[in-house]
Design a protein around this ligand. Structure first.
Ligand code: GAR
Length: 196
């Protein structure tokens, strides 16, 4: 059975779908939900599900990313995770943290990578006149929003649609894609998942 830690920064809806998926014959179980914000709504949802939680606030570290990342590793270590899932974790992790986790760390990003790395993905897709948007689950490498793609889900962009409306429709697909990829990944299967 693989042990999964999940990093969040906010509401944690993707985290909830991952946690809720890891039952029965699933090859993994959640062992920790960690947030860099004490007020992240996802912490309560994790606790309600009986998953241990931790907070490592980045702010006391100022700009010292290395010290922050050491604190993350210290919080993780007692839970002995095999896999680390970033799920709306809004801090950039440096190579010092990522490299030891390479091949064992996943992220979900709200665009069809390699398009629109970084923030404001939906507004940028609409602005560019794209006809479709979506989300990507990929292995995390030191380069931001890069790394081998394990799955994508696509949604059409509707005429006149706002970035907020598009984000809500993509989020629904995120909730289907991430659990599907994690199930395969935890079983050692890196075959790409494409939805719908
Ligand atoms: C999701 O849309 C996720 O793809 C995005 O943040 C949201 C978190 O929602 N992640 C990023 O933008 C990472 N750069 P959630 O907290 O409800 O899962």
């Amino acid at each position: 059975m693989k042990r999964v830690a999940i990093f969040i920064s906010g509401g944690g809806s993707n985290m909830v779908t991952l946690v809720d998926s890891m039952t029965g014959d699933h090859p993994a179980r959640p062992v920790l939900v960690l947030s860099n914000r004490a007020d992240a709504g996802g912490l309560r949802k994790a606790a309600e599900r009986g998953v241990p939680t931790a907070v490592v606030d980045h702010r006391p570290f100022g700009g010292d990313r290395t010290a922050f990342e050491e604190a993350l590793q210290e919080a993780l270590a007692p839970h002995e995770p095999d896999i680390l899932c970033l799920a709306g974790f809004m801090r950039v992790l440096t190579a010092g943290f990522v490299t030891p986790w390479e091949g064992r760390m996943l992220n979900i990003h709200p665009s069809l990578l390699p398009k629109y790395r970084g923030l404001n993905t939906h507004a940028r897709a609409i602005e560019a006149g794209d006809t479709e948007a979506g989300c990507t689950v990929h292995e995390v490498t030191p380069e931001l929003d890069d790394g081998p793609i394990l799955g994508q889900a696509r949604v059409p962009i509707l005429p006149g649609e706002s970035a907020e409306a598009l984000a809500a429709r993509v989020l629904e697909m995120e909730h289907r894609l991430y659990p599907a990829v994690l199930r395969r990944f935890a079983a050692g299967d890196r075959t790409r998942v494409d939805l719908p």
